[in-house]
Design a protein. Structure first.
Length: 65
């Protein structure tokens, strides 16, 4: 008794050929929020660095012992 699922190969081509895609939860949340109120334009690069990132005042010096 042969089963129809025995010959099925779940390789990359099979997975990529799937027609259904769904937006991420974050994309759905932002789309719902923006339906009510459009976001204000944001500059691509701002003058302020991200908090606690590269421009921290605390610096460490690595010394070879």
């Amino acid at each position: 008794m042969a089963d129809d699922w025995d010959d099925l190969v779940l390789d990359e081509d099979f997975i990529r050929s799937a027609g259904t895609t769904e937006p991420s939860a974050r994309a759905r949340m932002l789309a719902a929020r923006w339906r009510d109120e459009q976001p204000e334009p944001q500059p691509w690069r701002s003058d302020e660095p991200p908090a606690g990132w590269f421009f921290s005042k605390r610096r460490r010096r690595w010394r070879r012992r």
